[in-house]
Design a protein around this ligand. Structure first.
Ligand code: SF4
Length: 363
């Protein structure tokens, strides 16, 4: 696998459970459950599915004390999975989940309340030795900064909201935190993170928020998170999508893979298809992606419809198919295999070859 040339911003390191964030540690992937937290069984199932699909850290909304009590049970069923509690409005809920073993508390400066409450929260984080995430969002920005910028949620307004909270933490002698400063607008997000990155040493949780429907959300996240990572900004990422959160994890790894920052699972190299294609590339690729979604070994698979680009890609891939009339050529580690594959059997044959190379079994 290629190594990245990206130079990361230097940051302090914090731990969420056993996952380090910042320093030279790998950029971790986060997602969030969207089940009702009070439904312990559903939430534990979703946490396990997210973990299975590669999430390093999982955040859970704790909207009230009932949810905090459910968190206690969730915690006991997910002992080794780093969990973050998402807290808004009522700091006492944070105190409760800290007691129950949460690994990190996310607060929103827009609604967490006065300094006395924040001090209580920080004393609690110090006592349990857990980090806090200061998470500013464009949809819940503090009124004082909205008013200052004539109701506009600018990058400067988001930045000032973060820094006000950072200064409070500083006065209370607490530096064990990370920061996010997300907007639903990609360019505002990027600018806000650039401002924060220059001003503090703590690690940054990077993402674009409220991104829209899946296709639009993937595009905005790829541009926003991708550009920030290119600049070396970002120690942990969350792709926010309006869909099953497992997709968030998959897209996050696609972004990291694209920048050669981290590898997991199959990298498909497929052509857009045209009149020259010798087999149905689109259905072949989509079927294989579905069948092989359990594979976590990093591997490059090229599925190309004809010789024009097929040979070049196959020679650079771990496994490659070059479309031919009725039968296609198979390359493994850049070496052409003696037997051709019948075009009507490519999916099944390739699945066997890929599973053999990744030591996995048909489900
Ligand atoms: S590789 Fe061949 S089939 Fe695929 S888009 Fe290019 S010319 Fe068309």
């Amino acid at each position: 696998m290629n190594k990245t040339f990206i130079r990361r911003r230097k940051s302090n390191c914090i731990y969420v459970g056993n996952i380090p964030i910042g320093g030279d540690y790998p950029i971790s992937v986060q997602s969030m459950t969207n089940t009702d937290t009070v439904n312990v069984e559903q939430t534990v199932n979703q946490i396990n599915m997210l973990k299975f699909n590669g999430a390093d850290i999982i955040r859970i909304s704790i909207p009230n004390m009932d949810a905090a009590e459910s968190f206690k049970k969730i915690r006991s069923s997910t002992k080794n999975i780093p969990l973050v509690a998402d807290i808004h409005f009522d700091y006492r809920i944070a105190l409760k989940v800290a007691e129950y073993g949460v690994d990190c508390i996310r607060i929103n400066p827009g609604n967490i309340g006065n300094i006395r409450r924040i001090k209580t929260l920080i004393d609690c984080a110090k006592y349990y030795n857990i980090p806090i995430r200061i998470g500013v969002n464009s949809g819940s920005l503090e009124h004082r900064f909205k008013n200052k910028y004539n109701k506009a949620v600018s990058a400067e307004a988001l930045f000032e909201s973060v820094m006000r909270q950072v200064n409070i933490f500083d006065k209370l002698n607490f530096s064990y935190f990370k920061v996010s400063v997300k907007s639903s607008d990609v360019l505002t997000t990027i600018k806000a993170y650039q401002l924060v990155a220059k001003s503090i040493d703590q690690p940054l949780h990077v993402g674009v928020t409220e991104t829209g429907t899946t296709r639009i959300g993937i595009t905005k996240s790829a541009i926003g998170i991708g550009l920030l990572l290119m600049m070396g900004i970002g120690d942990t990422i969350r792709v926010s999508l309006t869909t099953n959160p497992i997709e968030e994890v998959k897209v996050a790894f696609d972004i990291l893979r694209s920048l050669h920052l981290r590898y997991r699972g199959i990298n498909f190299i497929t052509c857009p298809t045209c009149a020259r294609q010798e087999f149905d590339v689109i259905s072949t690729a989509n079927n294989l992606e579905k069948k092989l979604n359990d594979i976590i070994t990093p591997i490059n698979i090229s599925i190309i419809g004809c010789i024009v680009n097929g040979l070049g890609e196959a020679l650079r891939s771990d496994i490659g198919i070059v479309g031919g009339r009725k039968n296609s050529s198979l390359y493994i580690n850049g070496i052409r295999q003696p037997n051709k594959i019948k075009n009507n059997n490519i999916v099944d044959y390739l699945e066997l070859v890929i599973r053999s190379k990744t030591n996995t079994y048909i489900k």
